[in-house]
Design a protein around this ligand. Structure first.
Ligand code: AMP
Length: 116
């Protein structure tokens, strides 16, 4: 379960703070990362705040599959369809927002050596 609510992503989902939204369904929202690490850097975010990371999200495999499918659709729409899908899991691994989200990275990396 999510530790701190509402997360920054919940505020974006609720339109309390602005974001560059590129896709939205009943379950998911996708936004441009505010601090891009690649030419294309999107975040695919389940609207539910119930999952803090991808391990928790794996308890809902259908929702996890929807995240992956949207990532592929967006990579085709905004890049050439080839992409990295990154779930930072835990603070020591670089996770800073504990509301599960997938980084969709495509094109040249902007800051060599830094993944996300
Ligand atoms: P992580 O460090 O894996 O938890 O990823 C969190 C990501 O959210 C980072 O890449 C941030 O740049 C991004 N981020 C934080 N706040 C915002 C925001 N308001 N709009 C878009 N992206 C954000």
């Amino acid at each position: 379960m999510s530790a701190e609510t509402p997360s920054i992503f919940s505020k974006i989902i609720d339109r309390e703070i602005p974001a560059d939204i590129v896709a939205e369904t009943d379950d998911l929202i996708a936004i441009r990362d505010i601090n891009p690490q690649a030419e294309l850097h999107l975040l695919v975010i389940p609207k539910s705040a119930d999952f803090r990371d991808v391990v928790e999200l794996a308890e809902e495999p259908e929702l996890l599959a929807k995240v992956v499918k949207m990532a592929g659709d967006l990579a085709r729409q905004y890049a050439d369809g080839e992409f990295r899908l990154v779930f930072n899991t835990g603070a020591a691994a670089g996770q800073s927002v504990f509301h599960v989200h997938a980084h969709v990275l495509a094109g040249p990396t902007l800051d060599e050596g830094k993944l996300v």
